[in-house]
Design a protein around this ligand. Structure first.
Ligand code: SF4
Ligand code: SF4
Length: 175
């Protein structure tokens, strides 16, 4: 008889414990029901990057003085600056400029230290290609302004994720 009562008591305690665990699980579930989603339906929805997002670099050929500061401050000496010295005007003349985004770590040093501000970070983050050599952008590709995500009519723009700072709908506006 005593064993039976002990078993009933143990069973009751275990049942109560199980009910408590189930209650805790439901509490977590109900808590998340009221939260904003943390995933989006890409590419039908796109995140608007934060204002200080470091995306693909934009380059303005006409402003560049071929000083190569960007190369010296780059942790991997990445930008390729090809120039020739013009004796007539005693100045460097830029011939070509390129950055390989397959190698770039988007640290922003080149943008930060460029004395003529001809480099800037855009909000462009869709850089996938089939051939990695296509990620080596010359001055023409670097000079292209990205389509601002706010102007893309094919997808919804999402800025409501709780962990993201408020982004800019205007996109790249440094020019
Ligand atoms: S630091 Fe700026 S101006 Fe100098 S070479 Fe690089 S991009 Fe051109
Ligand atoms: S962002 Fe950083 S790694 Fe990329 S080119 Fe500029 S300095 Fe180099």
């Amino acid at each position: 008889m005593f064993d039976f009562l002990t078993n009933v008591k143990n069973y009751s305690q275990q049942a109560l414990q199980a009910a408590r665990y189930i209650g805790q699980g439901f509490a977590v579930t109900f808590d998340h029901i009221n939260r904003a989603p943390t995933t989006i339906q890409y590419p039908y929805e796109r995140l608007i990057p934060s204002e200080r997002f470091r995306g693909r670099i934009h380059f303005e050929f006409d402003k560049c003085i071929a000083c190569e500061v960007c190369v010296r401050v780059c942790p991997i000496n990445l930008p390729v600056v090809d120039w020739q010295f013009d004796k007539a005007i005693k100045k460097k003349q830029l011939k070509s400029y390129s950055i390989d985004f397959g190698v770039c770590i988007f640290c922003g040093n080149c943008v930060e230290y460029c004395p003529t501000n001809c480099l800037s970070m855009t909000e462009e983050y869709e850089l996938s290609v089939y051939d990695r050599h296509e990620l080596n952008y010359d001055q023409v590709a670097l000079g292209r302004l990205p389509l601002a995500i706010g102007q893309d009519s094919l997808s919804n723009q999402i800025r409501g994720l709780a962990y993201l700072p408020k982004g800019s709908l205007e996109g790249h506006t440094s020019l």
